[in-house]
Ligand binder design. Sequence first.
Ligand SMILES: [Zn+2]
Ligand SMILES: [Zn+2]
Length: 69
Amino acid sequence: MKCYVCAREGKDSDAVAVCIVCGMGLCMRHAVRTETEVWQGGYPFPARKRQKKIPRILCPDCNAAYEEE
Ligand SMILES: [Zn+2]
Ligand SMILES: [Zn+2]
C-alpha cells in the first residue's frame, strides 16, 4: 500500500501504518500515533483494559478532527 497523503501531494511513499478511523495508508512521516484512555467510537476493546492507555494510529486529517472535540 502507498501513503495516501503523499499520493495526494504527487509523491510516492510506501505505507507503514493504517489510519484506524478512515483506513488510509500512511508513511512514517504522516502516521500520527497518539494514546487515549477511552475509545469513544465503540471499538471492542475489553473493558478490563480501561485503565491502560490505548495507542492508536491516525492520519493527519482524522487527528485534526479528534483534536477539535
Ligand atoms: Zn506520507
Ligand atoms: Zn484517517
